[in-house]
Design a protein around this ligand. Structure first.
Ligand code: AMP
Ligand code: ZN
Length: 113
């Protein structure tokens, strides 16, 4: 997808600190971390956000969550963590390529909104 920041990261046109990669997904460190551990997990297929998921393209989400559990263990987040996906303008989504934030390494703010 042209002009999509995360598609450019997948293509290697913009550098990232990779944490995990396979043929379907990429995990990399957030450039502006909101917690000691802040990782983004994205599908390689361009899906604009959780609002664009459907029965035909959502299998990758199960794969992402299976790998999130592995990544969290690898990162030592044994005391818990948060997985967040912001959706659209009201949800505070700034990059319109589906992504899941993994936030951890401290006791997180309990306010949800
Ligand atoms: P959201 O606001 O949910 O759309 O999340 C987008 C996230 O992408 C933010 O947490 C940004 O800090 C992060 N981000 C933006 N540009 C980059 C980049 N080049 N490398 C890594 N993370 C980025
Ligand atoms: Zn994209």
């Amino acid at each position: 997808m042209e002009n999509c920041l995360f598609c450019k990261i997948i293509a290697g046109e913009i550098p990232s600190t990779k944490v995990y990669e396979d043929d379907k997904i990429l995990a990399f460190r957030d450039i502006n971390p909101q917690a000691p551990t802040h990782i983004l997990v994205i599908p390689k297929e361009h899906i604009a956000g959780a609002d664009e998921l459907n029965e035909n393209n959502s299998a990758v989400v199960a794969h992402i969550f299976a790998k999130i559990a592995e990544i969290a263990k690898q990162e030592g987040l044994s005391n818990g963590y948060r997985v967040v996906s912001n959706v659209g303008e009201d949800g505070g989504q700034t990059v319109r390529h589906l992504h899941f934030h993994i936030l951890g390494g401290k006791k997180l703010n309990t306010e949800m909104a």
